[in-house]
Write a protein that binds this ligand. Sequence first.
Ligand code: PEP
Ligand code: MG
Length: 535
Amino acid sequence: MAERLFTGIAASAGLASGQVLRPARAAGREMAETRGGSGAEALWAAIVAAGNELAELLGRLDGDEAEIVAMQMAFLEDDELARPAFEAIAAGRPAAAAWAAAMDAEIAVYQASDDEYFRARAVDFQDMRDRVLAALTGSGGGPLVVPDDTILLAAELRPSEFLAASWGKGAGIALTQGSPTSHVAMLARGRGLPMVVALDAEVLDLQGAALLDGAAGVLVSEPDEARLAAARDRLANEASGRAEAAAMAARPAVSRNGVRVAVQATIADPAELDRLDPAHFDGIGLVRTELFLDSPARLRDEEGQLAAYRRILAWAGGRPVTVRTLDAGGDKPIAGYTVAHEANPFLGMRGIRLSLRHPDIFRVQLRALARAAADGPLKVMLPMVTLPGELAEARAMFDSEIAALAAAGAAHGRPALGIMVEVPAVAITPERFDADFFSIGSNDLVQYTCAVSREEAAAARLGSAADPSVLALIARVAAHGRLSGREVGLCGDAGGDPLLVPALLAAGLRSLSVQPELAGAVKAAIAGLDLATDT
Ligand code: PEP
Ligand code: MG
């Protein structure tokens, strides 16, 4: 057979070569709907069984992965979710059909949302629907098993399916739906599994051998011998690259000509630190607090926050830790705190804009941070700053909380107060901002400079930190830092991409905060560079 090439969108880099696998989930679902147990009791039992499965799964996970499963458990425990199904059963409908219809209605509401975050949650509801259906009929067939050197073909992959699946060595994922910003894409990157999304639906009918290039976003069916030979070379290079990266992770980042670069870790939850060795990092460059302070109760819990910040400082053992104040809003809503139904949430109330609108909640975080600073070198960073007045207002609040702690004789410190550079207004004129330090948020800086939504897969190709306009802005901020004696680092995802690292360092940066699993690859990239010594 002649080779055929399908182009989708890159979601997780890496190369997979082998046989395709198309799991028969759709057929399983139809069977469940027609054969399912018929009464309310059967549905209760199935919901409980599905909840138990998720609880068991939760016990094996941590960080973002655990959060996804915990969220599904919370929904399953909510009586309101199943109420329409029980009403339909009372009216004579079989349990499986009643449950499927109730969940399909819920899924349709999420799919119709204007908000990308809520649209992406539809997959979690599909996941819960199918898990309960499988429990109703015993037709679930267990978790996915993807053997070594196999490319999974599917329309969509649910987060809990991903987490429960066993992934063989050299496996890959090819989806006809999805986006690089979906939960599953994030999980695939975390596990180093190549993944391509938004492929033509035709790929679902493929059989036989295929090659998946996660970096290029391409699936090749029946690849010819020349392509396979090139892939074998690349796989061998990637394998030795991975071994080199693992060894590099343990060493300080130094360029070929001896210039030291700080490589810090970016985290979403203090629990992530349990599996990381602090000696591999020059501290923590970004703590995304909105990802673990994700409810109004947590936002008001000063002691809980204090304990979280102390745990991070204890792990760091004297290395610097930069905690970002709440960056809720945009793609990170917190029910009961962020503004619902904004026409354009990324240009609306998020980050510091919201914190200043809720001073009572902001002061809780500032107090907890000032108290934690008694334990070690803590720095505090404000997200989404656009105007110098926002920094001034936040600084005045911070100062007054520190003064109150001093007056009360409470242990505290005075952390440096810096800002993220995510908005071009800051990058173009950084000298207007009296910040103690600057940290470039390349994810948003690209989005706002190139007018490319972070959430739209189709537009993703139009913006990158490698765009000369973005690099010029970064260079401008780095130059301002040199002239004014203020530290400038970068904490967006671009810092974890070894292909972008040379341009970022050439722009004058000497400090990158990256997803922990990428530190080795970034240090390896740095080791191959000759860097200017006068920055
Ligand atoms: C960024 O914008 O680059 C950044 C680090 O912030 P977030 O991705 O959390 O918006
Ligand atoms: Mg940002």
